[in-house]
Design a protein around this ligand. Structure first.
Ligand code: CMP
Length: 137
């Protein structure tokens, strides 16, 4: 398996509770390397553009409002099988269904305020990384 990159977002529920360091430790302790990172407050245009695939979903408005409600830490993680590894570290989207010890099991509050986002495929990772880090080589 060759090195791969994935996009991670630590969401407002986690940044506002000072969980950034704890969550980044999960990534680094599993062998992933943080190759880019920035703390930003998203505009509705940015959040809506990033989550455009969900725009027909009933929760789209809530998702955009929520993602703009506080700072988020956007980062690019690099390592072997990074997309799948990060998804394992995060656990299921709904924290009630997330395996013990996963980030969402430990830190998420609800399906909307679920602490982290991670790309769900290598193809989407490339698109999402370009969205936030167009300059990244
Ligand atoms: P994420 O991995 O960032 O991708 C899309 C997000 O939509 C997801 O995490 C959840 O935070 C959010 N989401 C998914 N399903 C629901 C739902 N039923 N209600 C509210 N938000 C949801």
């Amino acid at each position: 398996m060759t090195k791969q990159r994935t996009l991670s977002i630590i969401k407002p529920d986690a940044t506002t509770r000072n969980l950034v360091g704890k969550i980044l430790s999960h990534f680094e302790d599993s062998g992933l390397t943080i190759v880019a990172a920035k703390m930003v407050t998203l505009t509705p245009e940015q959040a809506g553009g990033f989550y455009a695939v969900h725009k027909e979903r009933p929760f789209f408005g809530e998702l955009v409002d929520y993602m703009c409600s506080g700072r988020v830490l956007v980062s690019v993680l690099e390592g072997e099988d990074a997309v799948n590894l990060n998804r394992k570290l995060m656990g299921a989207t709904d924290p009630k269904k997330a395996d013990p010890g996963t980030i969402r099991n430990l830190y998420a509050e609800s399906i909307a305020a679920n602490a982290v986002h991670g790309s769900d495929s290598a193809e989407n990772a490339a698109t999402e990384i370009k969205f936030f880090f167009p300059e990244l080589k």
